[in-house]
Design a protein around this ligand. Structure first.
Ligand code: ATP
Ligand code: MG
Length: 409
C-alpha cells in the first residue's frame, strides 16, 4: 500500500518549526510495510489544504495528516477531511462532555469554539487523546483512508506510536522496511568505509554510512515480510561489522556515546572526574545528562582562566610559561590533578583554542589537547578540529569521551 503525508501549518512553511513529525510518521509507515511515496506541507489555508488532500487521495489510498486539529479558526484539518471525503460532521456529545471536564478540572478558560473538537467526519472513528483535547481520526470511506493526528508533540507521539502504528501494521501487511543503526566512534568515515567496503555492496540488507559530529552511524536496513525476519536478516551483517570494527562500535540505535561511557564505568565499578577549559562544563553536562550518572561521575573543575588552572588544578607556573595553557603538558597536569583532587579512577581534561581567533600564544584555532589520567598513568592526545567555535567545543567533548573509552577498553 502507498501513503502520502500532509503536514498542516503555516509555521512549518515559514520555517519556524521543523517538521520532525513527518519524519517519525515516515518511519512508522516503513515499519508497517506501507510505502510513503510523497510528503507535502501546506499552510492553514482552506482552499490549499482541501486541494492538497484531494490530490493526495487521488493518487493513493491512505493519507496521514499532521496538525490543525485544534480549536482555533486556523485549525481546518477536520473540516477539510470531511469535505474531500464528502462527509458531513457529526457532533459527539460524549467528546463535548470530556472537553468540558478537561477544562474544568484544570481550571482553564472555556470558550465555545473548543466544541469544534467534538465534531467528527461521519466516516471517522476517534482516537482518544490522553494528553490534550483534540482526538485523532481514522476515516475509512470508499476504499480510501485518512488518518489525522494532532500537532503538539506530547499528543502526536503517543497516538502515532500507539493506536496508529497498530492500525497501520494491520492494514499494511506487505513487506516491512526495518533498520538498525550501529554507532561507531574513534574512526573516520573513509577508514570505516575502506574496512567494510565489501559489505556496502550488500543489497538486502543494505548498509549505509552516515557521518555525524565526531562519529559515524552505519544504518543496516532489511526488507522482509515481517519485522522479526528483518531483524534476523540484520543480525549476521551486524555481527560481521562488529567483528571488523571491534570496540569502535559503541552502541545501537538511540544509545549515545555518553550513555555508553557511563555504562562502561558502571560495569567496571569505576569513576570519572573532569577538568574542562575550552568546553566550560559541556563534557560534564553530557555525562550528567545520562540518568544514573551519579554512580560514576563525581564532578569536575571548570578551569577557564590561567589562575584557576594554577590554583585549583595545580598546573605549574613553569608549564604555563614554557608551553602555554594549550599544550599537552598542561592537559596532562590538569587530568592528573583533577583525578587526585576528586578521588576518581579517571581524570579527563580538555584544553584548547576554540577560536574564532588565535590565542595570545598564537596556538591555531581548533588545536585541542585531551588528557586521560588513570591508574596506569596519563595519556594526552592532540586534536586539530575545524569549524565554528561551537563545532570545535562539541568535537572536543566527543574526543574526550572517545579517549576515555579507549583507555577504559
Ligand atoms: P492545537 O490544539 O495546539 O492547535 P493542532 O493539532 O491544531 O493542535 P497545530 O496547531 O498544527 O496542531 O500545531 C501545534 C504545535 O505542534 C505547533 O506549534 C508545533 O509546536 C507542533 N507541531 C505541529 N506540527 C508539527 C510537525 N509536523 N512537526 C513538529 N512539530 C509540530
Ligand atoms: Mg492548532
Amino acid at each position: 500500500m502507498n501513503a502520502e503525508i500532509v503536514s498542516v501549518g503555516t509555521e512549518l512553511l515559514l520555517g519556524q518549526i521543523v517538521d520532525t513529525h513527518a519524519a517519525t510518521m515516515s518511519e512508522i509507515l516503513a515499519d508497517c510495510g506501507v510505502s510513503c511515496t510523497r510528503r507535502a506541507t501546506v499552510g492553514d489555508n482552506w482552499e490549499r489544504l482541501q486541494g492538497v488532500l484531494g490530490e493526495a487521495l487521488g493518487r493513493v489510498d491512505l493519507v496521514v495528516t499532521i496538525g490543525g486539529l485544534g480549536p482555533t479558526q486556523d485549525d481546518l484539518t477536520r473540516q477539510a477531511i470531511a469535505q474531500v471525503l464528502g462527509d458531513d460532521l457529526v457532533y459527539e456529545p460524549e467528546i463535548a462532555l470530556e472537553l468540558r471536564q478537561f477544562f474544568e478540572t484544570r481550571g482553564l478558560p472555556w470558550s465555545e469554539s473548543i466544541l469544534r473538537q467534538a465534531d467528527r467526519p461521519r466516516s471517522a472513528r476517534l482516537l482518544p487523546n490522553d494528553v490534550g483535547t483534540a482526538p485523532g481520526l481514522i476515516c475509512e470511506k470508499d476504499g480510501k483512508r485518512v488518518i489525522a493526528l494532532p500537532g503538539p508533540r506530547s499528543e502526536f507521539l503517543p497516538m502515532a506510536q500507539g493506536p496508529v502504528r497498530e492500525y497501520l501494521a494491520r492494514i499494511g501487511g506487505g513487506e516491512v522496511i526495518h533498520s538498525r543503526v550501529l554507532r561507531v566512534c574513534g574512526m573516520g568515515e573513509s577508514a570505516i568505509e575502506a574496512k567494510i567496503a565489501s559489505l556496502l555492496e550488500s543489497a538486502n540488507p543494505t548498509v549505509a554510512p552516515y557521518a555525524k559530529a565526531g562519529e559515524v552511524h552505519l544504518r543496516i536496513t532489511a526488507k522482509a515480510s515481517d519485522r522479526d525476519l528483518a531483524d534476523r536478516m540484520i543480525e549476521p551483517l551486524e555481527a560481521r561489522i562488529r567483528k571488523i570494527l571491534g570496540t569502535h562500535v559503541y552502541g545501537v540505535n538511540e544509545v549515545t556515546l555518553e550513555e555508553a561511557t557511563i555504562g562502561l564505568l558502571k560495569e567496571r565499578d569505576e569513576t570519572v572526574a573532569v577538568a574542562e577549559s575550552l568546553t566550560g562544563g559541556w563534557l560534564g553536562e553530557r555525562l550528567t545528562s545520562v540518568a544514573g550518572a551519579g554512580d560514576v561521575f563525581l564532578g569536575g573543575i571548570i578551569s577557564y582562566d590561567l589562575r584557576v588552572k594554577e590554583r585549583l588544578l595545580g598546573v605549574c607556573e613553569d608549564t604555563l610559561n614554557r608551553f602555554g595553557p594549550v599544550s599537552a603538558e598542561c592537559a596532562s597536569e590538569m587530568a592528573e590533578e583533577v583525578r587526585k583532587k576528586v578521588g576518581a579512577t579517571y581524570g579527563v581534561s580538555l584544553t584548547g583554542n576554540a577560536g574564532p581567533t588565535s590565542d595570545k600564544d598564537d596556538k591555531p584555532v581548533g588545536l585541542v589537547y585531551v588528557g586521560v589520567a588513570g591508574p596506569g598513568g596519563v595519556a594526552v592526545r592532540e586534536q586539530n578540529f575545524r569549524g565554528s567555535r561551537d563545532d570545535i567545543r562539541r568535537r572536543s567533548t566527543q574526543a574526550a569521551l572517545v579517549a576515555l573509552r579507549e583507555v577504559l577498553l
